[in-house]
Design a protein around this ligand. Structure first.
Ligand code: COA
Length: 184
């Protein structure tokens, strides 16, 4: 099972004591602003359990992120397979969700660079994608910082959101292996 180290962060398997701060983050309306609704405790715990199992099974996933010697759990960053069908699936995506008090420090981008390097170097992926609601500018700005590229022809309506939902239109960013920047 992989643990990834960056300059400031450790991406690791989930622990039991992550579940509580994860539930708090998922219940925060500002953090969940670009999701249909904040997530209740039971759903948050079930999500953490699924992520834990994925990492146990395959050695990689949406790792729990800690700031070394500073914050034991700030959220997740990592790789996942989208669980819905779209024009770009099957695929591996890079994704992130951090607690609000840890935004604005470059942690999402720093952790995502390590996840991308793992995907290309260890999983030998040809491409990694990322997607978010078109309205979620903080998230697509991370994609841009990572050097991912956006073709408006790839934009799509998220099949899990009802027609007419304000968050339904999603942008897709792609990073082909050949364009990947390396962390060091
Ligand atoms: C999306 C999300 C992870 C982005 O977090 P973020 O902190 O804006 O992104 P980064 O970690 O890349 O940090 C970049 C910011 O840190 C600043 N920064 C400060 N110190 C820094 C450092 N040492 N290195 C790099 N950047 C630094 C940058 O200037 C930038 O600020 P700016 O956006 O005001 O220009 C965060 O908003 C989030 O968790 N949102 C809720 C969940 C969500 O929507 N997830 C995506 C669903 S698809």
């Amino acid at each position: 099972m992989a643990e990834l180290r960056t300059e400031r962060l450790l991406l690791r398997q989930w622990r039991d004591d992550d579940v509580e701060p994860f539930a708090a983050l998922n219940a925060d309306p500002e953090t969940m602003r670009y999701f249909p609704a904040p997530i209740e405790r039971e759903e948050s715990d079930a999500f953490a359990e699924r992520i834990h199992r994925q990492i146990e099974l395959e050695g990689w996933g949406l790792w729990a992120v800690e700031v070394v010697d500073a914050a034991p759990f700030i959220g997740f960053v990592g790789l996942a397979r989208p669980s819905f069908d779209a024009h770009f699936t099957p695929a591996v995506e890079v994704g992130w969700r951090l607690a609000r008090n840890h935004w604005g420090r470059g942690y999402a981008t720093e952790a995502a660079r390590a996840a991308l390097a793992y995907g290309f170097d260890e999983l030998d992926l040809d491409e990694i994608v990322s997607f978010t609601s078109q309205l979620n500018e903080p998230s697509w700005r991370v994609m841009e910082r990572l050097g991912m590229s956006h073709d408006p022809a790839d934009d799509f309506e998220h099949p899990r959101l009802p027609e007419g939902h304000p968050l339904r239109l999603h942008v897709l960013y792609r990073l082909p292996r050949a364009s990947a920047q390396r962390p060091h």
